[in-house]
Design a binder for this molecule. Structure first.
Ligand SMILES: Cc1cc2nc3c(=O)[nH]c(=O)nc-3n(C[C@H](O)[C@H](O)[C@H](O)COP(=O)(O)OP(=O)(O)OC[C@H]3O[C@@H](n4cnc5c(N)ncnc54)[C@H](O)[C@@H]3O)c2cc1C
Length: 516
C-alpha cells in the first residue's frame, strides 16, 4: 500500500486514493523501499517528458500493455500482473534513469517491447514497466548488410524498411511481433532455417545493466566487449538487463517468392508427417516448412503442409516443390488447399502471412516445446490427432516446424534445442460476449493445458517466447542444462539486485502444478 499512501497529500484524498488503488491497482505492493512523494517528483522531472511516468497504475492500464483482445482489459481471461509504475522513455537516458529508480527502490523492472509475449512476462507485478513503444527508430546501414533497431520496433516496420532495398533481417512471422522480445528470447522467424535464429544475427546491442555498484550503466555489448554476457543476452535477455537498441545482420532477398499449402484428411496424419519429415530433411535450407494439425468448422480435423521459399529459387527448390505437389495430388483436400503460389511479393508474403498470424482480437493461449532430437518421436502425431479430435474449438491447433541451424563462435548464444522440432499447442477463440462464462474461456484454457501436458513427455525443452508459464519449471526448461548454469552465473554477476525477470519466474495466478 505504500505506493499510494506515501504520495497522498491530504487524509481524505489519501483515503479515496487508497480505495481506488485497492479496487483497481496493485493493492498488495509491499516489496522494495517506500517511494516518497519527493522521490517520485524528482524522478518525474528527471525524465524527458512529465507524462513519461504513470503512477497508480490500474488493472486496465496493465492489460493494455499486451495486445488488444489478448487480455480484454477488465474482463480478463487470465489475470495480468499490475505494476506500480509505467515509464515510457523518449530516449536511452530515460531508460537508464528508470532502471536506476528501480535499483534505488528495490523494485522489479522489465522492458516491454510490444507485449507480444502474451502471458504478460514484460509486466512485473508491483514493479516498474519500461514501455519502449516510443523508441522505434530503424536505420539500414549504407552497405545494406545490417540494420540498427530500437527496441520498441515491430517486425513489420523492420521488413518495410529493409525489403524494398532487397535485404531482410530475421524478424517475426507476424508483422506486429516486437523485435525486442522476439530477438532477446531467441526468435524463430522468416528464413531462420537458413539464416539462423534472430538472436544468431545480432552483431551488437546497447544495454543497461545494474552491477554490484548498484548503478544503472548503458554500454555497447558485442562478442569482443563481453562474450559471456553477449551469449546470455541473446536468448535470456529479459533476465539480465534492458536492451535499448541492437544492430542485426540483413540478408539479400528477391522481390518475389514462392509458397504452397496443401491440406489432407486427418486419417492421413501419420502418412503425411512421415512423408513430410523425409522430404523436409532432404529439402534445401532456403525452404521453410511445417505442418499444422487443426480443424475446420464443417470438415472437422485435418492436417496441412505449408512451405515458403525465403530466398532465390534453384533447381533444388523447384524439385522440392514439384515433389510436394506430386505427393499432394490425389491426396489433398481441394476445398482447403492453398496450392502453389509463385511470384508472390516477398514484402506482402512476409508482412501479411495469412494462415499463421492469428487474429489479435481473439483470446489466445499457447505453449511451445522442442522435441528431444531431430526425429519426430513415435506417438507424438497420434497424440496431437487425439487432442484435436477431442476439441470442438475451430481455433485449436498444433504447429510443428523446425531445424534451427547450430550457432557457434561469436554467434553462439543461450537459445538452444537446435535441429529439433518446435511444437506449438494453441487455442484462439472469440470473446464476443466479453465474459468467461459465456465465452467458455475455462474450456479453451483447460484444453491447452491438458494438450500441453500430453505433448511434454515427447519433448526436452520449451520456448520462453511462447509459453503461458502454467508450469513452474517453464522458465528454466527453456534452456539447455549447460546454458542454464551459465545464465545463473550471469544473473549473479550482472543483476545481483535481481531487478529483472526471476530465474524462477512464475506467472502470478498460474497454477503451481508441476509439468512432470
Ligand atoms: C501473434 C504472435 C505471433 C508470434 N510469432 C512468433 C514467431 O513467428 N516466432 C517467434 O519466435 N516468436 C513468435 N511470437 C512470440 C514472440 O517472439 C514473443 O511474444 C516476443 O516476446 C515478442 O516480443 P515483444 O518485444 O513484444 O515482447 P514483450 O512481450 O514486450 O516482452 C517479452 C519479454 O522480453 C523482455 N524484453 C522486451 N523488450 C526488452 C528489452 N528491450 N530488453 C530486455 N528485455 C526485453 C520482456 O521484459 C519480457 O521478459 C509470436 C507472438 C504472437 C503473439
Amino acid at each position: 500500500m505504500y505506493g499510494s499512501d506515501t504520495i497522498c497529500a491530504g487524509a481524505t484524498i489519501c483515503l479515496i486514493a487508497s480505495l481506488i488503488w485497492t479496487v483497481q491497482g496493485a493493492s498488495d505492493c509491499t516489496s522494495g523501499t517506500p517511494v516518497s512523494k519527493d522521490d517520485l517528483t524528482a524522478f518525474r522531472v528527471s525524465l524527458s517528458s512529465p507524462i513519461a511516468l504513470r503512477t497508480e497504475v490500474t488493472y486496465a492500464q496493465a492489460a493494455e500493455l499486451v495486445p488488444d483482445g489478448l487480455s480484454e482489459g477488465n474482463a480478463p481471461f487470465f489475470q495480468m500482473p499490475v505494476p506500480q509504475y509505467i515509464v515510457t522513455p523518449e530516449n536511452e537516458q530515460d531508460v537508464v534513469k528508470a532502471i536506476q529508480f528501480a535499483a534505488d527502490h528495490g523494485l522489479k523492472t522489465s522492458a516491454r517491447g510490444t507485449g507480444h509475449q502474451i502471458s504478460g512476462i514484460a509486466v512485473p507485478s508491483c514493479g516498474i514497466v519500461i514501455d519502449m513503444s516510443n523508441l522505434n527508430k530503424i536505420s539500414l546501414a549504407p552497405d545494406l548488410q545490417s540494420a540498427t533497431v530500437q527496441m520498441g520496433a515491430r517486425s513489420g516496420a523492420l521488413f518495410n524498411e529493409t525489403l524494398p532495398r532487397g535485404v531482410m533481417p530475421v524478424a517475426g512471422h507476424c508483422q506486429h511481433v516486437g523485435v525486442a522480445g522476439f530477438t532477446l528470447g531467441g526468435g524463430y522467424g522468416w528464413g531462420s532455417r537458413y539464416f539462423g535464429a534472430a538472436t544468431d544475427n545480432v552483431l551488437s546491442m546497447d544495454i543497461v545493466t545494474v552491477g554490484p555498484n548498484r548503478t544503472a550503466t548503458l554500454a555497447r555489448l558485442d562478442y569482443k566487449s563481453d562474450p559471456e554476457l553477449f551469449f546470455g543476452m541473446r536468448g535470456a535477455g529479459g533476465m539480465l538487463g534492458v536492451a535499448v537498441s541492437m544492430t542485426v545482420k540483413t540478408h539479400p532477398i528477391p522481390q518475389t517468392t514462392t509458397n504452397a499449402t496443401y491440406a489432407f484428411n486427418i486419417s492421413r496424419a501419420q502418412e503425411v508427417v512421415t512423408w513430410w519429415e523425409a522430404w523436409f530433411k532432404a529439402s534445401p535450407r532456403t525452404l521453410e516448412s511445417g505442418i499444422i494439425i487443426k480443424r475446420d468448422h464443417s470438415l472437422g480435423p485435418y492436417i496441412t503442409i505449408w512451405v515458403v521459399l525465403v530466398n532465390a529459387s534453384s533447381p533444388e527448390t523447384d524439385t522440392a516443390f514439384a515433389n510436394l505437389s506430386a505427393f499432394a495430388s490425389n491426396r489433398s483436400i481441394p476445398a482447403l488447399d492453398g496450392g502453389l503460389s509463385t511470384n508472390t511479393s516477398t514484402l506482402a508474403m512476409l508482412t501479411d502471412y495469412p494462415t499463421y498470424c492469428g487474429n489479435l482480437s481473439q483470446a489466445t493461449y499457447w505453449n511451445t516445446y522442442y522435441t528431444k532430437n531431430s526425429t519426430i518421436p513415435q506417438g507424438l502425431v497420434s497424440t496431437m490427432v487425439t487432442w484435436i479430435t477431442n476439441t470442438t474449438s475451430d481455433g485449436a491447433y498444433f504447429v510443428m516446424y523446425a531445424d534451427l541451424p547450430p550457432a557457434s563462435g561469436p554467434a553462439a548464444n543461450a537459445y538452444g534445442f537446435r535441429g529439433t522440432y518446435q511444437t506449438e499447442v494453441i487455442d484462439a477463440w472469440d470473446r464476443s460476449a466479453g465474459g468467461a462464462v459465456v465465452d467458455g474461456d475455462a474450456n479453451h484454457i483447460a484444453w491447452v493445458k491438458a494438450a500441453s501436458a500430453a505433448v511434454i513427455p515427447f519433448t526436452s525443452g520449451r520456448y520462453v517466447n511462447q509459453l503461458m508459464f502454467d508450469f513452474p519449471d517453464d522458465n528454466r526448461a527453456s534452456y539447455e542444462p549447460a546454458t542454464w548454469e551459465r545464465i545463473v552465473k550471469l544473473k549473479a554477476a550482472h543483476d545481483p539486485l535481481n531487478l529483472f525477470r526471476d530465474l524462477n519466474f512464475a506467472r502470478p495466478g498460474a497454477s503451481t502444478a508441476s509439468s512432470k
